[in-house]
Design a protein. Sequence first.
Length: 487
Amino acid sequence: MEMENAILDYRAVWSRCLDVIKDNVDANAFTTWFEPIVPAGLKKDGTLVLQVPSHTYYDVLENNYVNLLKRVIRKELGANGKLEYRVVMLQGMNSSNPKTINLPSHNKPAVENQMARPAIDVYNRPVEQLPDPRYVPGIRKRSIPSNLNDSLTFDNYVEGDCNRLARAAGWAISKAPGSGTAFNPLFIYSDVGLGKTHLANAIGLQTKVNFPDKVVVYISSDLFVQQYLESVKNNNRNDFVFFYQNVDVLIVDDIQFLATGNKERTQEVFFHIFNHLYTKGKQIILTSDKSPVDLTGFEPRLLNRFKWGLTADLQVPDFETRIAILRKKLDNQGIEFPQEVIEDIALRVTSNIREMEGAMIAILAQVSLNKREVTIDLAREMIDKYVKSTAKDISIEYIQKIICDYFKIPIEQINTTCRKREISQARQLSMYFARKHTKLPLSSIGEHCGHRDHATVLHACRTIENLLETDKKMKSYVEDIEKRMKI
């Protein structure tokens, strides 16, 4: 009974202390530095023992709040009231027997309204020098580098049907990050080179414009893993976790790499960071090369959390969007290409925006270094040389463009119900070549050729095949078109 009264006593003492502290610090500082404290005992000499999660807490409390702490303790326990800390030193993420050390409070006064330590640049230092999480809410806002690429803005991000949903969600997040939208977390996925990193950076940059005081951090999953391993090595894992738990917007690029190799402990720590941020209404943005349902190697509980918000995919941009992307890149550099060259690049490089931009840069290099003229021949030469893998990845738009140029008819006519002989013939040839040189199913080919069904596509292909055996002119058409396509 005496032990129960003692337990109630020190807990009641600390509860009353908290009531006073809450009125003397801002809400963010109270939540961050005082709510995690656990009363651990009350000694006979009037020393209140407070358990804190890490040495970081001890440093911050002693350097910034010790005057307030001692004042409220003496108010509750009298003039002889003292303060002692019990610091928890975790031995493992799931340790059931953590090491603890008791540290007395210093007799020196707190240095109010100053930082205990200077800000540390997280990303422009060697990875072994881990982030210092000693950002003290309510004292002075610490400058934390975001690691965002300043050129990857919304202004430079071309919108199209392929990315409209993801872009709209990202724009909404930048205006109300965290609990302000239903898009938390935002999970963006696509194949390589379709703009995931650009969009993630754009959201972060726009959030900084709208909310300059928010802490936005962009990091690749590889660097996250390296930092975590170094924190374990240097026995400052608590500081590592605390740093990431105190950002407002966390952007993790290529989250799929968190599942490769033996990374169970890294997933464990990321799980706790994710939970903390989500509970506090902070924004989480993840990118991946696969949707959450297709990811493997993750703990089920972590994978489940990836699905809590909005999952948005980025598709391969269509012909018009690819042209718009190239124009945007050229405009930003103050360079002009002939329209036919822009169209040819957009037609021949279809599956990867990054490679399309690479082809453009290769052409620019030839123009500036070798004084060559920007022509279709130069564009095709650079594509064949530097983007060989995608030069063979022919799109149906490219096929239609070649055929329409050959017969000198508008490309829009193929997608109409017009039954004029020359239009119908071009449409059938488009279906024939699309079936021959793309991996699209018949239904998709028909959709691209005026919303025809798969039976119509099959009939068109058989018609062309029959004519090749009996009609010399059709055979000549097919051979000429094959040459123009340069398969």
